[in-house]
Design a protein around this ligand. Structure first.
Ligand code: NDP
Ligand code: 8X3
Length: 252
């Protein structure tokens, strides 16, 4: 029987590349997100190219009831989750704290922190029943350093760094690994979402240097997920060669 990976936020970017990577490595995958059309298309692609089983779960990770309903409805096969990639997340805007938007703050906190918590509680209980598992949280360079106007997004990623450490302490004696992967700049839909569809502004974020690709990050997720049983990568910071820290770039 194939192993199973559940990847949140698999309709785009890092999550989608990660679903492809796990399917290439013969994992059956559970893919989640709000855009059901994209989930269905990815399901067909993975099923036909890699001959793996794919389950789509369409829900808003901020909605506790929807998350509980989706996970509780899993049948016995799909409950055997080996790997949870807590990837769904977003940044909204770049503004100083005094000009921040309450709704944007709520969305980032509810998605990046609370959504990750709901998934982690529900899936870690399934992993405890199974006697093993691995939770991989997608943090960020923004969870290691603050940068101007990144305040609340950065705080949510600092929270993920803290939660990764706390979850590991709670779960390691139960056979469950907990890891964080913290990328620098990755060219995905991230900046289009951050700048609310302003594609020209979003494109500028990745101009003049070579950013990471979603596939680069998926490769590091696979590296962390495929270590021997006795090895855990606690934390992996992956940056573009041209980005030395959160704010220092070697641009043409
Ligand atoms: P994308 O915007 O390309 O993908 C984000 C994914 O998150 C989408 O699949 C989206 O699905 C999902 N998502 C967002 N909100 C929700 C929600 N409320 N409910 C369910 N799913 C949701 O961005 P990335 O691939 O770049 O981002 C993935 C993760 O990587 C995020 O946690 C981000 O913070 C992190 N990261 C990104 C970096 C970058 O530079 N790109 C760098 C460091 C970390 P849908 O809209 O269909 O719901
Ligand atoms: C995404 C990268 O630098 O925009 O986490 O925060 S950054």
């Amino acid at each position: 029987m194939n192993k199973i990976a559940l990847i949140t936020g698999a309709t785009s970017g890092i999550g989608k590349a990660c679903a492809v990577k796990f399917a290439q490595n013969s994992f059956d995958v559970i893919i989640t997100g709000r855009r059901n059309d994209r989930l269905k298309t990815l399901k067909e692609e993975l099923g036909s190219k890699y001959k793996v089983q794919v389950l789509t779960l369409c829900f808003d990770i901020r909605n506790k009831e929807e998350v509980v309903k989706a996970i509780e409805a899993l049948n016995d096969k799909w409950k055997q989750i080996d790997i949870l990639v807590n990837n769904a997340g977003l940044a909204l805007d770049l503004k100083p704290i005094q000009k921040g938007d309450f709704n944007d703050w709520d969305t980032m906190i509810d998605t990046n922190i609370k959504g990750l918590l709901y998934m982690s509680k529900l899936v870690s209980n399934l992993m405890i029943e199974n006697g093993s598992g691995h939770i991989i949280n997608i943090g960020s360079i923004a969870g290691k350093e603050a940068y101007p106007n990144g305040n609340v997004y950065s705080a949510t990623k600092h929270a993920i760094e803290g939660l990764t450490k706390g979850m590991r302490l709670d779960l390691f004696r139960l056979g469950i690994k907990v890891s964080q992967i913290a990328p620098g700049a990755v060219e995905t839909e991230f900046s289009v979402v951050r700048f609310k569809g302003e594609k020209d502004i979003a494109d500028k974020v990745y101009k003049g240097y070579t950013p990471l690709t979603a596939e680069d990050v998926a490769g590091s997720i696979w590296f962390v997920a495929s270590q021997p049983d006795h090895v855990n990568i606690n934390d992996l910071l992956i940056m573009p060669m041209a980005q030395a820290n959160a704010t220092t770039f070697n641009k043409n």
